[in-house]
Write a protein that binds this ligand. Structure first.
Ligand SMILES: [Zn+2]
Ligand SMILES: [Zn+2]
Length: 381
């Protein structure tokens, strides 16, 4: 993966390219190297795959954000958030852009005898806010298919072997031509007799009823990295569907669903909360206790603090996925609480306080109103 080219370079666009620019770049490049116009040209096909992958990521705002943040490592499945390129239907993306320009261009499902990687399986797991911040181990229980031991996956009764399909000659696909208004159309379809496998089973394996697979409930443990966010995926290699014709297993993609926190909000690696302070603490300064994801911390409020002042608790945020020792910050908004019911004594003291400070407050208010007035007049002139 180290020699993988930058997706923006692949499409020849800048990092700030918008949706329309991406689409235009992809359309131009795809026309130059589409496999249908270069049959049998491996370079063109590789190039087409490369630009399609780049476009698939950059045209999806969430994937683009992850790519911008983590680069290709966002998608290589080594503990980071994973994405499923194998299961991604490029024909869909392509169809979206070109419509019927190339007559569909959807890849046939024919398998023949070639080894193929098994399909990926998707599932999800709910974790707490804290588990997302600090990482966790989760055990999932799901139904997984395994190759049938009785028939070794070929689906035929022991002692018999599957026959080569006569309809397609083992290729798994059939070609037929038809006449249309536009001329002769060549169609390739999955063989209806063998369903694309190229083989026909006369006597089915009794254990798997000819499917070649046995399903069973399995427990799988998932390491969820610290810093993962709601909606991101963890890829577990080789826990998907079994491969076909000796191909490798697909992967298991676990989407993480993160529960809300009672008082902390998260944005990327930063956390946010609101902490009430009394008027006296706002005026005189003093210590308040703030609940953070690491526990309680004491914070010294400065004298003369205004309401809605935001303070930063450095490094008390969420770890980055790349390095759990690098953490975001926790921003706390200090809000002055106005008491609704106070004692007679407190009322008297507050009146006294107002008498002592009212003039200076009014003077300050007047001064700021006047200066605003002066500014307005200046603007009018
Ligand atoms: Zn079997
Ligand atoms: Zn067939």
């Amino acid at each position: 993966m180290a020699d993988k080219k930058d997706y923006y370079e692949v499409l020849g666009v800048s990092k700030t390219a918008d949706e329309a620019e991406l689409k235009k770049a992809y359309r131009t490049l795809a026309k130059q190297c589409h496999p249908d116009t270069h049959p049998g040209d491996a370079d063109a096909e590789a190039k087409f795959k490369e630009i399609s992958e780049a476009y698939a990521v950059l045209s999806d705002p969430e994937k683009r954000r992850q790519y911008d943040q983590f680069g290709h490592s966002a998608f290589d499945g080594t503990g980071g958030p994973g994405f499923d390129f194998n299961g991604m239907d490029f024909a869909d993306i392509f169809g979206d852009i070109f419509g019927d320009f190339f007559g569909g261009g959807r890849r046939s499902q024919a398998r023949g005898n070639a080894p193929m990687k098994g399909a990926n399986i998707r599932t999800s797991v709910r974790i707490s806010f804290e588990e997302a911040v600090f990482g966790c181990e989760k055990e999932l229980e799901l139904t997984l298919k395994d190759t049938c031991n009785t028939c070794h996956g070929n689906g035929a009764k022991p002692g018999t072997t599957p026959d080569t399909c006569t309809k397609c000659g083992g290729k798994g696909q059939v070609v037929f031509t038809s006449q249309s208004f536009f001329g002769t159309v060549r169609n390739v379809q999955t063989c209806p007799d063998c369903g694309g496998s190229g083989k026909v089973i006369k006597e089915k394996c009794p254990d798997c009823r000819g499917t070649g697979y046995i399903s069973s409930r399995k427990k799988i443990s998932v390491s969820i990295p610290a810093g993962i966010d709601d909606g991101q995926c963890v890829r577990i290699r080789d826990k998907g569907e079994p491969g076909i014709n000796g191909g490798p297993r697909g992967d298991l993609l676990v989407e993480v669903v993160v529960s809300r926190h009672p008082f902390l909000q998260r944005q990327d690696t930063n956390l946010f909360s609101t902490v009430p302070i009394s008027y006296a603490v706002a005026v005189l300064g003093g210590e308040v206790i703030i609940d953070t994801i690491d526990g309680r911390v004491a914070y010294d409020v400065k004298p003369g603090t205004q309401t809605d002042t935001r303070v930063r608790l450095k490094g008390k945020g969420v770890p980055t996925l790349r390095n759990k020792d690098v953490r975001g910050d926790h921003y706390v908004t200090l809000v002055i609480q106005t008491p609704e019911k106070i004692s007679r004594e407190a009322k008297d003291l507050l009146k006294k306080f107002d008498e002592l400070t009212g003039d200076t407050l009014n003077a300050a208010a007047r001064a700021s109103a006047e200066s605003a007035d002066v500014k307005k007049k200046r603007i009018r002139k």
